[in-house]
Design a protein around this ligand. Sequence first.
Ligand SMILES: O=c1ccn([C@H]2C[C@H](O)[C@@H](COP(=O)(O)OP(=O)(O)OP(=O)(O)O)O2)c(=O)[nH]1
Length: 121
Amino acid sequence: MDIRANISEPLSLQPLERTLVPTGLYMELPEGYEAQIRPRSGLAIKQGITCLNTPGTIDADYRGEIKVILVNLSNEIQVIAPGDRIAQMVVQRVQQVNWVPVETLTSTERNAGGFGHTGKA
Ligand SMILES: O=c1ccn([C@H]2C[C@H](O)[C@@H](COP(=O)(O)OP(=O)(O)OP(=O)(O)O)O2)c(=O)[nH]1
């Protein structure tokens, strides 16, 4: 679902400036679901604008206005106009987990290797 800027005047973003953009959207999700606010690829490639906290999480118990944190990662001033599509939203089920503290973990081939330990090629 497209998310639009609910603003009355154009909004200018300086390079590296971030701002909270109202959407005018309010919703009530069933328990066990969340919504995710994601950037739009067109905005990213054409204007260097993305969502700073992607994916933004909308909790099921949230009743306030959905807002989008946009950041201008280009090196020029970028303008958002009223009604512009600034992000997109998906709704997903959230897996409920019962966490159990343990002293040890099972071993795997990877074990603690991570962050590129297998190299690039
Ligand atoms: O892009 C976003 C992210 C969050 N929210 C709203 C809905 C969400 O349910 C609430 C809290 O978001 P989050 O859990 O990411 O914020 P937090 O920094 O952990 O704050 P809190 O202590 O309020 O949970 O803010 C938005 O409108 N847009």
